[in-house]
Design a protein around this ligand. Sequence first.
Ligand SMILES: Cc1ncc(COP(=O)(O)O)c(C=O)c1O
Length: 366
Amino acid sequence: MNVPFYDVKAQYDSQAAEIDAVVHEVISSGAYVLGKHNKGFEEEFAALHGTKHAIAVHSGTDALRIIMDAAGITRGDEVITTAFTFVASVETIVQTGATPVFVDVDPNTFMMDPACIEAAITPRTKAILPIHLFGQLCDVSAIKAIAEKHNLIVLEDAAQAIESSHNGVLAGNFGLAAGFSFYVTKNLGAAGDGGMIVTNSDEVAETCRSIRVHGMGRERYYYDHLGYTGRLDEIQAAVLRVKMKKLPEWTARRNEIAAIYRRELSGIEGVQLPLVSEGNNHTYHQFTVRATKRDALQEHLKQNGVPSMIYYPVPIHHHTPYKQFTPSWDLSATDLVSAEVLSLPIQPYLTDDHVAYTCEQIRAFR
Ligand SMILES: Cc1ncc(COP(=O)(O)O)c(C=O)c1O
């Protein structure tokens, strides 16, 4: 059996007529830039996450870069974050001229360990960027409390956290602003790139809207900020609106698969199942286990038709452009999880047979 890790074609097939119709509608309308689908998608996303504003942008990376600019992060500032992440979380900090300051992660949740934050705060610290990984939120209450005590801005990397919540409060409502990604393989994926900024601040929303279009102010060709071409394509907005209708069904299926994994894979020596923090609603962008013999397990699965992914094999501060940001303290949990994580297939078009077969192969590994 060959198990598909991602199957974005199956997602398209389930809505082909509707997607084809909206793509045709946009192309034949001639309204290609910031049209009615951008506006509609922003309204629908803000309603989904319960935020006052949603601003559609070209990618999750642009969302992060724009919220950092809007928050005034600049040269000389320090931003506390974690090195166990996708590079965009950190490259955007560096691009502002600020310095990323890495703190360690909790080895059970893979995310920022709030106990490490205060020791990393200096007079130059401006913000904390928690990264909500794999479909659940960081310890947002603890992080917020520290930020408030030290008068720091919180910006959320919510690229993987659509629909994720803590005690019923959805991602994007904990910081000054948050960035989401609609990269093809995300829980809600575009037919290409896409991203969203959310914020409850009118001022930040207005600044982000301006930066998205070259920093233009209310008057055409008058500029208030340094900006980008950061708009979301109208075709992508239209496709995302259609796909968003299926999101509850897809998330429910991810949760069903996670429940099967939990039932079938518990108690296997050397394999630790992902911890769900109390109060968190997990949306299972990934189902990431820790395995002591990770590389051998991955090879065994591959030989038997079960693909798996290592998100992320090398912490950011070990890569050439970021070595200069290696902190003076150790990041032992960051290094440990990078050596042990393995993400199992969990996309919504897996059949029960795919999931049962995957479990069988994991149990057969010695
Ligand atoms: C944690 C994290 N941050 C940021 C991004 C950047 O999003 P995008 O690929 O849409 O630019 C991603 C997406 O891959 C991500 O997983």
